[in-house]
Design a binder for this molecule. Sequence first.
Ligand code: HEM
Length: 481
Amino acid sequence: MTCPFRKIDPSQHNYNVSFSRAEPVKKSWLTKIISFPISLKNSLQDLYAVAVKGNIRTALENRYNRSNYLSQFNPFQKLIFSAEPAVMKEILNASKDDPEGLFLPRNVKSGFSKFLSDVLGETLLPDDSMRTCSDKMAKNFRKPLSKFIGLSSIRNHTQILEEIAIETVKNWGKTVTVEVNEQCNIYTATVISKLMIGHPGIGESYSDIADATNYFNKYLAMAEPRQIFCKKFSNEYKQSVCTIRNAFNRCMTLASTDSSDSLIKEMIKEGLSPIQIKSTFFLSLAAGVETTSSLLTYLLWQLGQDKQAQILMREELNNEKTLYEAATQSVFLDSFFSESLRMFTPVYMLASSKTHPLKFSVKDHQDKVVHEERIDKDSLLVVTPTFAARNPDRFENPDSFEPTRFLNNNEDYSWLPFGFNKHTCPGKNLAIKEIKLLVAEIMRNYEISSHPNEEITTIGYFTLKVSENVQLRLKPLKKAE
Ligand code: HEM
C-alpha cells in the first residue's frame, strides 16, 4: 500500500504534514494490542485519533477534562501522538537538535534523572549520556557502538554470538520444559554483557543482570509518574540497583587489566569518560535486554504453535553452512522474524520535546488544508511504532500472524520498530542476529511446541512484554546418518 502522505522536505525548518482522510479506526485496534498497568492507560486510548484525524488536541479535549488529563505530565506541555510513519519520521527528524529527552527531564531531581543517579552513583549532566548529548558528542557515543555492534562489524563477533547461542540451546535441551520468558532474558543479558565487558565473569551472574533489568522495567512502569521516587525503595529495587552498580564497577576494573576485546575498551579508546561509559552500559542493558528477549519469547511461542513453519524453516537451515550464515541467509526465518516484530513491536512510544516550533497541517484528499496548528517547542510529540505496525490501512489483516507476509516484500520496518534518525537503535543488527542465531540453532536440533495454546497476551511496561509465562518443549530431532 502506498503512503498517503506527500513527501516532505526535511531540510525545511517547518514541517507540513498532510493527512488523507481514512476510515475511522476502531478503538479496539488500540486496546487489544496492549494492556497497560500504568496511569498512561487512559491517555493512550486516544492514540488512534491522530492516526486518522490528526487533530489530537480536539479529541483529547472532548474526551477528558483537559487539566486532569494533562496534569499527569507537565501541565504546560501538549501531547501529540502519531502512529503514521510519515508523520512519525517527521517528528523524529525534528528532534535532531533536541538536547533533552527521557533521560534528562528539566527537573533533575525527578523522573529518570533520579533513577539514573541511583544506578550510576552520579547525577547525569548533558553530554554524559547519548540520550541527552549535543549532536557533536552523539557521534562519540555512537562510534564505538557501531564499531562493535554495527552492520559490518558484527561479523567480527560472530564466533562469540554463535558460542552463546549454541551453549544456550544445549542447556535448554537438558530440561523437559523451558520457561521461555526467563531464559530469553538470561540469553540476551549474556550477549550484551559479554560484548560490553568481553569477559564471562563479572561478579554478578548473567541471570542477576537479567533479573535487575527486568525489574527496573516493571518498576518504572508500575509507579505513578509523579511519585516514582518519593516512595520508599523496595528491597527489590535496592537489590537491582546494587547488582547493576557492581557490574559497572567490576567491568570498569576488568577493562583496564583484561586483554580481550570489549565495547568498554572501545569507548575508552574513543575518549569517553567513566560516567559516559557507565551510562552507555546502562542504556544498552536497559534498551537491549528486555526488548530483544520479549520479542524472542513471542517469536518462539508463535513458532512453537506452527509445525509447518518449523519444517519450512528447517529446509533452509539444515545445510553445511555455519550457524551464522544459515541463520542470516534464511529468507523464511527473516520473514518470520519481521512478522513477529510487526505483531510484537517492543517499543510502543518514543517521546521527544522540540527545540523549535513546528507547523502541523492536516489535508484532505483534495489537498485542501482542513486543520493547521503551530506546535510550539514545549509540546511533547509521541511516536507509536507498536500501533503503526497494526494500522489496517497499511497491513492486510493486521491482527493476524502471517509468517510469509514479508517473503516477497522489501518493506523495511516501515513502522519504525527501531526508531529513526538521531536516536535510531544502534543495537538493531545485534538484536536481529542474536534472535535469528538462537532460533536457527533450536530449529537445527529440535522440534518445538509452545504453551499456552491460545493467543498470548501482552502488557505495556516500560516496553511491551509478554504478560504470561510461556513454556517451550524441545523434542530432539532424529539426525540423518
Ligand atoms: C528487538 C530489539 C530492540 C528494539 C525493538 C529496539 C528499539 C529501539 C528503539 C525504538 C530505539 C529508539 C529510541 C528513541 O528514538 O528514543 C532504541 C534505542 C536504543 N537501543 Fe535499541 N532496540 C532493540 C535492541 C537493542 C539492543 C540489543 C541494544 C544493544 C546495545 C540496543 C541499544 C539501544 C541504545 C543504546 C539506544 C539509544 C540510542 C540513542 O539514544 O541514541 N537496542 N532501540
